[in-house]
Structure formats: structure tokens, C-alpha cells
Design a protein around this ligand. Structure first.
Ligand code: G6Q
Length: 550
């Protein structure tokens, strides 16, 4: 593997960047009436407009060349065919198989993957339908009214995001809640409104060893047993989603009530697996299938479309252009869609946990920036908060704007205004507002020339700031599936080019190991273990507050 910076396309991009430093998108639009047509792309009902970027045809051709020289197409095929591309954990990466039709069969290392997937999906469907039609009942014979998904990270963010996004598809008979935080306030506040007789807990944990999830699940079990006073009640009120059958049984959940998935499903890629049970319970089996089908449609596009007409490749390459050549550190995501309010935390995990790496596939430290800091919030809220910095701050921030053409909840003309604001922001980022125009406006409003000259610089919008717009018809399960898979593959594209392993998460693993010795030090007879001065000081202060010796 040639180091990234030694690739001819990388060197060509470095030279090209020098020529692009003063590139002005406004001039490009003026000189090219076809710019939008050429720099936009459709996949199903999704439209990606990437014309408001600091790119020319040459930039895009060089970026595509970089992808080819990086072996992106080969790595993509390795992922889809089940090669162990997660080499630090020695695992295949097959979340795409969770949403693929059973035929043609996918045989990986002698196992018929799709048959395994179909078997679990069949059990999930049966379970979801029996909860919905009332044949699955609680211990006292009452039907289930509330479902609480207990999980964290990948076992929470995906299903929670989808359930919020598709709450307009929710079945009427059950309400789904999510508890993730170790802070007892999360579980306690959720339980406050629930009836143990009609509540079902889903314990979602790939490893079934995660402290937060097990702590919340144990507290939930105690709450249930305190009310129903029968150990047998656990079998009717607890199900588990996991790869670890032994630990599930150890917790006291009947293996009959366990839905498995596999080590080739990464936590942050797991909403398509049994981890999606809460989604199916919320929106019904048919809609869950539509979500999977949408993701599969994007998989096909990613697999088959040429690089210069491939949505995930284009989004990924543009991100690389800004991060590695323009030196941007962050990436703003602005869904003009309140239902997508959890998309940003979901994408933060997807992107930052996957590509927040500094060692490459040759086990060497990289000498370029990898994953950006992903942030954002739904519009128009962001406009009244942090957009100031996006428009007028000193940093260049690449951005994605997402918006539906049609709202599921028409209310007066509110959606028209939402759409108009979304488009207006990307237009303002592009066009900016010049000092001359502002001065003229101020003078026309009656200000003296001198006053206008002093005030105008504060009101200048530099413009020429980039944005992508993702426009979709409306937020339905199929479209949401496409959108999520689009970002999954974007992250894959970037990881492939940065030559890193996007599918491990040693940083998260470390967090899981650090707390136990500190937990012991907080209440044991004497402080044990080695800690730094700051941590020792904090431990001592907590112990003092508890009347323990320091
Ligand atoms: C995801 C990460 C991480 C994980 C959680 C929960 O890719 O590995 O967010 O999902 O730490 O882990 P369990 O599902 O094993 O409880």
C-alpha cells in the first residue's frame, strides 16, 4: 500500500489546490448556467445538489482519481463480499447483508449469511406482530402498552434516531421509550409514567457486558419485580438483543426471548439487525422492511454507480477535499426537519467513532487529518443560534443541509417557510453580502457616509462558503433508510481513502475499562490503584464529602 500522500492523485490535488485558493463559486455560477445540472445527482427520490462547493470539473476528476488510486472500489467489494476488512478485530463488516434480499445467497466462510439473517428477521416479525395484536401479554395478562429500549451507543442512538424520525408512522397500540444514560435520572424519569403490568423492556447490548446497560436493566428488573412480585414475570417483560447468549441467560432472560445478531455487525451499524426491534415495534413490520429496502437501494447505488455519479463517493470525496486540502476541522449537519433532530448525534457516532483514527492499515501513524468533528442541529433553530459563526466566523465549515419537499404535518404555510429558510441559508452562504452593498443600504436608510463606513464591515458576509443540499420528497421509512446508508457509505469512502480501519472502536473500549478502579476508590476503606494528581484530588474531595478518610 502506497502512503496516501505519495499517490499521484494526492500530489496532483495539492498542486490543483494552489490554483483553486482564490476560486469563487459566484463567478463559477455566473459563467456556467449548467453548473447545477452538472453538479447534482439523483438516487431514487433523493437529490444531492453539490454545486455550491469550491470545485471545478478538474477537482472532481482528481478526487475520483484519488479514490481509484486508493483502491476504493476493491475495498468496497471486499466489504460487500464479507472479507475481514475490520482487521484489528479480525471481523467481516456485513451490515449491508442485513438489508439485502435473501437471493442470491451470500456465502461467507461457508455460512449462508442471508439465511441466518432471514431466520432472525422471521422471529422478530412474529414477536412484533404478537405484541401489536395483543397475543403477547404481560405476566398479569394485560397487553403491552409501553416498550423501553435499554441500551447505549450503537445499541441506542440508531433505533432512537429512527423512532423519533418516523414517529408519524407509529402504531397506536404501543409507545417506545429509550433509556441509555447511567445517570439514574434517565431510567427513573422514564419509569415514572409507566405501568409495570403493561411494560416490556428490551435489553439491547451486543456484548451484554456494558456497565450502563446492565445497571439500567437490573434497576428495571427490580422495579418490575417489586410491583409484580413474581420472578416468572421477567420472562413476559424482558427480551434481549445480543450476540452473547450466555450472558443473556445469566441475567435471567429466557433464551427464547433473545434475538441474536453477529460479530460482523458493528454497534453503530446495527439498527438494521435485531437492534432494530424497537423500531419495528414502533412503526410496524412493513415499515421496518421499507426502511431496510431504502438502505438496500443505496447499497446497490454505492456498489454499481460510477465514482463520478456515486452519491456516497461524492460526499466522501468533497469532505476529503475540505479536510485535507482546505484544512477544515469540522463538518456541519443541518436537517431542516424537526423529526431528524437525533440525526446529528447519530452521525456524530457514525462518523467520529468510525474515522476518528490516527493509525493506518500499515499500522503506521498517519500524517494527515482524518475524521472531522461533526456537529449541527435542526434548522431553523440553528439560524437563531450558531449560524453567525458559519456565515461570519473566521473558519471555513463544509455543511450538509437536508430538507423534505413535502411535510407530513402540513400546518398553515409553515413548511413553505421552512423550505425557503433552508434554501435561503445556502444561498446566503454562497452569495454573502459585500461591503459596498451594505454601505449603500445604510446610506439609503439615512446614515451618514462616515457612520455607514464604520458599521459596514460588521455586516459583511464574505460568502463563497460551501454547502451540500439533500432534498427528498418526504421523510418516509424508505427515504430514511437511503439517507442513513448514504452516510454510512460516505464514512466508508473516507476511511478507505485515509487508509484507516473505520470499523473498530478502541477508544470506546478504553472508556469501558477506566471506571472500575475509580469506582472502587470512591468508597473503599483506602484509595487503591494509581491515579494522576488531579484524579486523586477529585477522589479525595468526594470521599471527604462522604466522611471517608482521604
Ligand atoms: C459502536 C460502539 C459502541 C457500542 C456501545 C454499546 O459501534 O461499539 O457505541 O455500541 O458501547 O455496546 P453494547 O451493545 O455491547 O452494549
Amino acid at each position: 500500500m502506497k502512503p496516501l500522500k505519495h499517490l499521484p492523485a494526492w500530489k496532483a490535488l495539492e498542486a490543483h489546490f494552489k490554483a483553486m485558493r482564490d476560486f469563487d463559486m459566484r463567478t463559477a455560477f455566473r459563467e456556467d448556467a449548467q453548473r447545477f445540472d452538472r453538479l447534482s445527482l439523483r438516487c431514487g427520490n433523493l437529490l444531492l445538489d453539490y454545486s455550491k462547493n469550491r470545485v471545478t470539473d478538474e477537482t472532481l476528476a482528481l478526487l475520483a482519481r484519488l479514490a481509484r488510486e486508493s483502491g476504493l472500489e476493491g475495498l468496497r467489494d471486499d466489504m460487500f463480499s464479507g472479507k475481514r476488512i475490520n482487521f484489528t478485530e479480525d471481523r467481516a463488516v456485513l451490515h449491508t447483508a442485513l438489508r439485502a434480499p435473501a437471493r442470491p445467497p451470500l456465502l461467507v466462510e461457508g455460512i449462508e449469511i442471508e439465511a441466518e439473517v432471514a431466520r432472525v428477521l422471521g422471529r422478530m416479525q412474529h414477536f412484533v406482530e404478537s405484541v401489536h395484536n395483543g397475543s403477547w401479554r404481560g405476566h398479569t395478562g394485560k397487553p403491552i402498552r409501553d416498550v423501553v429500549n435499554i441500551g447505549i451507543g450503537g445499541s441506542d442512538l440508531g433505533p432512537a434516531m429512527v423512532c423519533h424520525a418516523l414517529d408519524h408512522y407509529a402504531v397506536e397500540s404501543v409507545r417506545v421509550h429509550f433509556v441509555s444514560n447511567l445517570d439514574p435520572a434517565h431510567l427513573a424519569t422514564t419509569l415514572k409514567t409507566l405501568d409495570p403490568e403493561t411494560t416490556l423492556f428490551i435489553v439491547a447490548s451486543k456484548t451484554f457486558t456494558t456497565l450502563e446497560t446492565l445497571a439500567n436493566a437490573n434497576s428495571a428488573k427490580a422495579w418490575l419485580l417489586a410491583a409484580l412480585r413474581a420472578p416468572a414475570a421477567v420472562a413476559r417483560h424482558f427480551v434481549a438483543l445480543s450476540t452473547n447468549a450466555q450472558a443473556v441467560e445469566g441475567f435471567g432472560i429466557d433464551p427464547e426471548n433473545m434475538f441474536i445478531f453477529w460479530d460482523w455487525v458493528g454497534g453503530r451499524y446495527s439498527l438494521w439487525s435485531a437492534i432494530g426491534l424497537s423500531i419495528a415495534l414502533q412503526i410496524g413490520w412493513g415499515n421496518f422492511q421499507a426502511l431496510l429496502a431504502g438502505a438496500h437501494a443505496m447499497d446497490l447505488h454505492f456498489r454499481e454507480a460510477p465514482l463520478d455519479a456515486n452519491m456516497p463517493a461524492i460526499l466522501g470525496l468533497l469532505g476529503i477535499w475540505y479536510a485535507n486540502f482546505w484544512g477544515t476541522d469540522t463538518y456541519g449537519i443541518f436537517p431542516y426537519d424537526q423529526r431528524l433532530r437525533l440525526l446529528v448525534p447519530f452521525l456524530q457516532q457514525l462518523d467520529m467513532e468510525s474515522n476518528g483514527k490516527n493509525v493506518n492499515r500499515a499500522n503506521k501513524r498517519v500524517n494527515y487529518n482524518t475524521g472531522p468533528i461533526v456537529w449541527g442541529a435542526p434548522g431553523t433553530n440553528g439560524q437563531h443560534a450558531f449560524f453567525e459563526l458559519v456565515h461570519q466566523g473566521t473558519r471555513l465549515i463544509p455543511t450538509d443541509f437536508l430538507v423534505a419537499a413535502v411535510n407530513h404535518t402540513p400546518l398553515a404555510d409553515q413548511h413553505e417557510w421552512l423550505l425557503a429558510n433552508c434554501l435561503a441559508q445556502t444561498e446566503a452562504l454562497l452569495k454573502g453580502k459585500s461591503r459596498a452593498v451594505i454601505e449603500a443600504e445604510l446610506i439609503a436608510q439615512g446614515m451618514s457616509r462616515e457612520e455607514a463606513r464604520a458599521l459596514a464591515p460588521h455586516k459583511v458576509f464574505p460568502g463563497n462558503r460551501p454547502s451540500n443540499t439533500l432534498l427528498y420528497q418526504k421523510l418516509d421509512p424508505h427515504t430514511l433508510g437511503m439517507l442513513i446508508a448514504l452516510y454510512e457509505h460516505k464514512v466508508f469512502v473516507q476511511g478507505a481513502i485515509w487508509q484507516i480501519n473505520s470499523f473498530d472502536q478502541w477508544g470506546v473500549e478504553l472508556g469501558k475499562q477506566l471506571a472500575p478502579p475509580i469506582r472502587a476508590a470512591l468508597s473503599s476503606v483506602r484509595v487503591i490503584g494509581e491515579h494522576d494528581g488531579s484524579t486523586l484530588g477529585l477522589i479525595a474531595d468526594i470521599r471527604r464529602r462522604r466522611g471517608l478518610s482521604t
